[in-house]
Design a protein around this ligand. Structure first.
Ligand code: TMP
Length: 220
């Protein structure tokens, strides 16, 4: 059976990527595709525990290198448990964040450097996406949405996941710039979708990109 298709979604908190991923998932299911959706951090039982360690905003003393290690522990587990088995049976895998997030947030945001992140990716993952959709709406609007969303979530669920969103604007500017640098470095894998065209317009754009890439992948 041919290997499946591995698609990742990337972008700043508040970029709308999770909404777009959900809409694409629904469209693929309606089209009769075998599709598996996962996310990072999280996506396995171990990953969910790592996610709460990472995102709990009260745990402010986490060292950046420890944070980096946890991101890759989570990733190695979800690759072994979820992503590789699905790709091996020919499924389409949609993943909300992957190593580009680590390069942007830990490499640039935390200033640990891209080389270190990419070396770990090579050692521990050894699996690159066939396609990455990078959502890049306006920087200030993304940040405002992420902060508002977290405050509402804490108020409703009592669950505090705002460790990353509570960081300062300079941190997110480094993340944003690194995402752009990755897109420039790897134009074949990464398609950047810029601007705030609205949920439906972005969804249509995503469908046309995904249809084209899937056809190419299946013809090769
Ligand atoms: P999200 O699931 O709402 O996108 O939030 C996950 C947070 O974790 C987000 O602020 C980005 C951050 N993150 C990293 O810093 N590095 C990583 O490698 C990943 C996957 C996520």
């Amino acid at each position: 059976m041919p290997r499946g298709f591995f698609l990742t979604f990337e972008g700043l908190d508040g970029s709308g990527k999770s909404t777009q991923l959900r809409k694409l998932h629904e469209w693929l299911v309606r089209s009769g595709e075998d599709v598996v959706t996962t996310r990072q951090p999280g996506g396995t039982q171990l990953g969910d525990r790592i996610r709460s360690l990472l995102l709990d905003s009260r745990r402010t003393s986490l060292d950046p290198r420890a944070e980096l290690g946890l991101m890759f522990s989570d990733r190695a587990q979800v690759i072994a448990e979820v992503i590789r088995p699905a790709l091996d049976r020919g499924a389409i895998v949609l993943c909300d964040r992957y190593t580009d997030s680590t390069e942007a947030y830990q490499g640039a945001g935390r200033e640990l450097g891209s080389a270190r992140v990419l070396a770990l990716h090579h050692e521990l993952c050894g699996l690159d996406p066939d396609l990455t959709l990078l959502l890049l709406p306006d920087f200030d609007a993304s940040l405002a949405r992420a902060r508002h969303r977290n405050q509402s979530a804490v108020a409703v669920t009592g669950k505090d996941e705002n460790r990353f969103e509570s960081l300062d604007t300079a941190f997110f500017r480094r993340v944003y710039d690194q995402y752009r640098a990755i897109a420039q470095r790897e134009p074949l894998r990464v398609v950047a979708i810029e601007g705030d065209a609205g949920v439906e317009a972005v969804h249509r754009r995503i469908l046309s990109i995904v249809e084209e890439r899937l056809n190419q992948h299946r013809a090769s």
